[in-house]
Design a protein around this ligand. Structure first.
Ligand SMILES: *Cc1c(COP(=O)(O)O)cnc(C)c1O
Length: 421
């Protein structure tokens, strides 16, 4: 459930009319709902209770510091995959002891900054990384708490580009070698083993792959404990999918997920960490755009929007579907006709939807892309020299710009001429 609903014929974000935000900030823009973020965070923390747990929001899904601050103030931890994300979480007021550092390519500089600033744990993904972290920590006279990211060799049965837990994927260490690598970690200076980490993929619509992975994690916990390691935390990763179409069969709910986690891992006396990104932020955001032209092509019509693939790349990158709805509610029984919905970028890939049945829409009309709160703004670029679009946060009946649209001058000022010109 989200808080983007039609009321009195107008699409609202909570109690704010989206058209009013468009009038104030211009289009296109992202808009997030505080109440939806709260609700989704709360669903997870309730689902895992009474297990000791920490819900670490995956910052890569939506890294605006106002969004992070809202979640952090609710008690969320953060899962970061770069020092840039780490610094965003810190800027949002999240203490280091609630920040988990994931990612296959942490540099020594990133390790040093996180150790200095405080960190809950590093999720280490390879032996070379283990050795680098040991050197950095020992050199600083520090101790780095670590979990090894173990690849359980489970197929998450999701999109090719976001499956991460098969043995051919670049992530983690093979589960068959975990025992050997934990022994190595225990012998290295500057490291303290605290747990085990997994993350098998994103947009999972079925609990079975999670259950298969967590069952392996439970077995590994017992085996590593028998070998003398202290396994106190289990990081289960993120990945629970969201419904992108309302007709789709519904993915599992956090409550079902929580019940499964308790059944599979509940008797291990570990603190559980989960790293949801999409399920917290996805349906908490929309992208609002304006129709620039309606163009009649040969055999098909095009709606050309002022938003493009640089603003929301998921359709071009993953073939992803987003529901696209008018801000003014169509009349009941309004005829639907198929149109191609595209952006202005000079690539055919800049297509949001092909032959999508839509109510009548003309130049000047506003539309909202639903489920755009995760992997939307964070993946945007200035391709075609289109400045990054603003982000707006709604809370009840008020809203604020939480990232302003840069001016063209600001965009141009980042480039410089070399001295010889
Ligand atoms: C991407 C990622 C997540 C979040 O995945 P969602 O599908 O957004 O829940 C969590 N943990 C790690 C390590 C990730 O790479």
């Amino acid at each position: 459930m989200d808080h983007f609903l039609y009321r009195d014929g107008e699409l609202h974000a909570e109690d704010v009319v989206l058209r009013d935000i468009a009038a104030a900030v211009g289009t296109p823009f992202y808009c997030y709902s505080t109440a939806t973020l709260t609700r989704h965070y709360q669903l997870f923390t309730d689902a895992l209770s009474p297990l000791r747990h920490l819900v670490c929001f995956a910052v890569k899904a939506n890294s605006n510091i106002a969004v992070l601050k809202h979640l952090g103030d609710l008690g969320a931890g953060m899962d970061v995959v770069s020092v840039g994300e780490y610094l965003r979480a810190r800027a949002a007021g999240v203490p280091g002891e609630r920040i988990v550092f994931s990612g296959v390519g942490k540099t020594r500089e990133e390790m040093r900054i996180a150790l200095e600033g405080g960190i809950r744990q590093f999720n280490v993904e390879s032996e070379p990384e283990l050795e680098a972290l040991s050197e950095v920590a020992a050199g600083m006279g520090a101790t780095a708490p670590i979990a090894l990211r173990v690849n359980p060799d489970v197929d998450a049965r999701t999109h090719e580009k976001i499956a991460t837990g098969r043995k051919e994927d670049k992530f983690g260490v093979p589960i068959a070698r975990a025992s050997e690598i934990y022994a190595r970690a225990a012998a290295l200076p500057g490291l303290q083993v605290v747990g085990i980490d997994m993350h098998i993929g994103s947009q999972l619509t079925d609990l079975a792959p999670f259950e298969a992975a967590y069952t392996r994690m439970a077995d590994l916990t017992r085996a590593l404990r028998a070998e003398g390691h202290r396994i106190e935390r289990l990081d289960l990763g993120g990945g629970l999918g969201i419904p992108y179409t309302r007709s789709n069969e519904a993915p599992p709910l956090p409550t079902d997920y929580g019940a499964m986690v308790k059944r599979v891992l509940g008797d291990l006396d570990c603190e559980v960490e989960i790293e949801p990104g999409r399920l917290i932020a996805g349906n908490a955001g929309v992208l609002v755009a304006q129709v620039i032209y309606r163009k009649e092509g040969e055999g098909r019509d095009f709606l050309i929007l002022d938003a493009a693939m640089n603003d929301l790349i998921r359709p071009a990158m993953y073939g992803a579907h987003h529901d696209i709805v008018p801000l003014i509610e169509p009349e009941a029984g309004a005829p639907l006709a198929p149109v191609d919905i595209v952006g202005p970028v000079c690539e055919t890939g800049d297509t949001f939807a092909r032959q999508r049945p839509m109510p009548p829409l003309a130049a000047g009309d506003l539309v909202a892309f639903r489920s755009a709160g995760a992997y939307g703004a964070v993946m945007s670029s200035e391709y075609n020299s289109r400045p990054l679009i603003p982000e707006v946060l709604v809370c009840g009946d008020h809203f604020a710009v939480i990232r302003a649209r840069p001016t063209f001058d600001e965009m141009l000022a980042r480039d410089t001429f070399p001295a010889w010109m």
